[in-house]
Design a protein around this ligand. Sequence first.
Ligand SMILES: C[S@@+](CC[C@H](N)C(=O)[O-])C[C@H]1O[C@@H](n2cnc3c(N)ncnc32)[C@H](O)[C@@H]1O
Length: 214
Amino acid sequence: MIAETVRRFAGEPADVRIHTALRALSCPFGELVAAVPAGARLLDYGCGHGVFSGLAADHAGARVTGVDIDEQKVAVARRHAPASARFSTIEPGDVPPGPWDAITVIDVLYLLPATAQRDLLLGLARELAPGGVLLVKEMDGGQTLKARWMRSQERVMVKVLKRTKGVQLTFTDPDHLRRALDDAGLVTSARPVDRWYPHPHHLIVATRPRGTVG
Ligand SMILES: C[S@@+](CC[C@H](N)C(=O)[O-])C[C@H]1O[C@@H](n2cnc3c(N)ncnc32)[C@H](O)[C@@H]1O
């Protein structure tokens, strides 16, 4: 997945090539792609340059809609979009109407205040099709060495280099995020997905039971 990401963004300036290659290297995208149902109508919320969107289109046959508040990243994503992916810019808090078979929110929530995180999750949950799955990948910001390393790195990305657009850094306990999705009527499970990675990746899988609507 790293090699194909490097190939996809080969025509971009060095900063974009490095950023996208590091995303592919440092995030467990393989495990996330494996959780996307084959051929799903997928909303990739906060898609950035579309690294994951492209992988989901190519490997899961997903029909992807990628959205982000960052116009420049969306422009990059568009330039390299596979035929089954499209990208657009949104305003913070906007949720494209579903029904979606799958929704991914990968390393986006930590950039929002806690109340906005919950509101966004509830808004996305409403747009899931019956049987649809919402995949939330965040960092577990606990007190481990991995968490401390990750927090200092993110501070540099958001506050110093300004490579990532965000209001603030709020690493909510994954259990709280999971409970918000339980409250929305979804069936949830959560697990660390950080084996072999230097960062404390954590995945929440939330499914809308068939026969229910948001
Ligand atoms: C760390 S990047 C992750 C990008 C992509 N999901 C990935 O895994 O490569 C976080 C992204 O969230 C976007 N973002 C921040 N706040 C957002 C919001 N309120 N709505 C949508 N996207 C947002 C940023 O512009 C950025 O592209």
